[in-house]
Every structure is written in structure tokens, then in C-alpha cells.
Design a protein around this ligand. Structure first.
Ligand SMILES: [Zn+2]
Length: 249
């Protein structure tokens, strides 16, 4: 196998990242009135911070969360450190295979520049930041067994979004973000289920129910050996039409 130029992913333990993740989701929960997601992502595993729902004073809330997260990182330091090292070792074992396949899939399209970083998270949600090239990784539970799959998934997103916005820049507009998200998830799910890709990781991630129709269409196109560009050309109009949300008032 030819060596492929690739990005080194740094594996980092930073409690400050988790503090920001919490507040980013809380802000969204407030805007969209989605407290059930806060329950799933944060409170179920960390019932101590649930009392914050009633706290209105921002400063008190911020201090509480900061203290809680820092203390948690301190009291779980050993396991968190050990698991992040393990994640890095496991990734190192498969990264060459991944970059080789990604290079083939995107026909040597160059990787977007950036400082690729994986941060551990104690929360039950693993967000990513496409522009910053960062993503969150679990350190325990059943999901930790899928750590390679999570990294492959996020790395594919970075490449996919960059590629899509380069060749189809008009879809950068925020009104299309949900449609593009559906397409990007469906794309990952189909690609990662292909036999060659499955050799990188043993366990699949759960597909999103919202992507089922698009997944089917991508699978058809992949059977006919369509390139990523051809897939996008063919599917973007459909996906944009079907999944663009009307602007919120
Ligand atoms: Zn995703």
C-alpha cells in the first residue's frame, strides 16, 4: 500500500472544552426549547448538574459547571488519560488504511488544512467543529469500543464538507445546513458500511433514522461506481429540495 500524506490527529484531555460543549448545547436547548436533549446528553449521566435547570444567575451557573467538570476530570484522571492513550494507539493502527481509502474515494482531493484535534468528553454527546477540525471522543462505556469508527466518521465529515463547499459553494448558506447535514450523514453511513471500510473498525455506528431515503439513493449510485462528485451532482438537488427547512420566523 502506497503511503498517503495525511493529517496527524492529536488526542487531548481538556476540561475547558467540555465546559464550552455544555454551554453551547444549553444555548441551543434554550433557543429551540429542547430540554429533553439536555437530559440525554448531560443530566442522565451527571444528575448533580440537573439542579442547574432552575439556576437563572449566569455567574453562579458558570462557576458550578466549571467546578463540577474540573473536579470530575480530577477524580477520573487516570482512566481518562489511559483511555485517550488507547484511542490514539488504536487510531494509529488504522489511520494509514483510512487515509488510503479516503484518498481513493475523493480522488486525491487534498485534506483541508487545520489542526486536527480529538478532545475527550465526559458527556453523552460527541459534537464536532467542521471549521476548527475538532471533535469529541468518549472514554468509557460501550461506545468507547467504537472509537475508531467515531474518528473515521468525523474525519470523513471534514473532508466531505470541504469538498462539497468547494465544488458547490452556494450550499454554504445556513438555510441548507440541515439538508447538507442529512446528506453528509447518509454518505458516511453508506461508505462506512462498505466491506473495504469495515476492515478499519469492527463495530458500526448507529445510523440516523432521518437519512434512510438518502442512504438508499447513495447505495444505488455507489453500486454503479459513481464518484463523490457524481453522487453530489445527482443527489444535491433532491436533498436540498426535500430537506431544506423553511426560514424560521
Ligand atoms: Zn456525523
Amino acid at each position: 500500500m502506497k503511503k498517503v500524506k495525511y493529517h496527524n490527529v492529536k488526542f487531548l484531555v481538556r476540561s475547558a472544552e467540555d465546559i464550552s460543549v455544555y454551554f453551547a448545547f444549553e444555548k441551543e436547548a434554550k433557543i429551540f426549547n429542547r430540554w429533553s436533549t439536555m437530559e440525554d446528553y448531560f443530566f442522565k449521566k451527571h444528575p448533580k448538574i440537573k439542579s442547574l435547570k432552575q439556576t437563572q444567575d449566569r455567574k453562579t451557573k458558570k462557576e458550578f459547571i466549571e467546578r463540577y467538570v474540573k473536579d470530575y476530570y480530577k477524580s477520573h484522571k487516570e482512566l481518562i488519560g489511559k483511555r485517550m492513550k488507547e484511542a490514539e494507539t488504536r487510531w494509529k493502527k488504522v489511520e494509514q488504511k483510512f487515509f488510503y481509502l479516503a484518498d481513493k474515494l475523493f480522488q486525491k482531493y487534498p485534506w483541508p488544512k487545520g489542526d486536527y484535534r480529538a478532545f475527550v468528553t465526559i458527556w453523552n454527546i460527541f459534537p464536532r467543529d467542521i471549521s476548527k477540525k475538532t471533535f469529541q471522543l468518549p472514554y468509557k462505556g460501550r461506545i468507547f469500543k467504537k472509537v475508531e469508527a467515531i474518528i473515521v466518521h468525523e474525519m470523513l465529515h471534514f473532508l466531505f464538507y470541504d469538498y462539497l463547499f468547494k465544488y458547490f459553494p452556494k450550499y454554504k448558506k445556513s438555510q441548507y445546513s440541515y439538508a447538507v447535514w442529512v446528506l453528509s450523514e447518509a454518505f458516511n453511513e453508506v461508505i462506512m458500511a462498505e466491506p473495504k471500510w469495515r476492515k478499519i473498525f469492527s463495530l458500526q455506528l448507529q445510523p440516523y433514522p432521518e437519512t434512510v431515503i438518502v442512504r438508499k439513493k447513495i447505495r444505488e449510485l455507489r453500486k454503479n461506481k459513481k464518484t463523490v462528485k457524481e453522487i453530489l451532482e445527482e443527489l444535491l438537488p433532491f436533498v436540498i429540495q426535500k430537506y431544506t427547512r423553511p426560514p424560521s420566523k
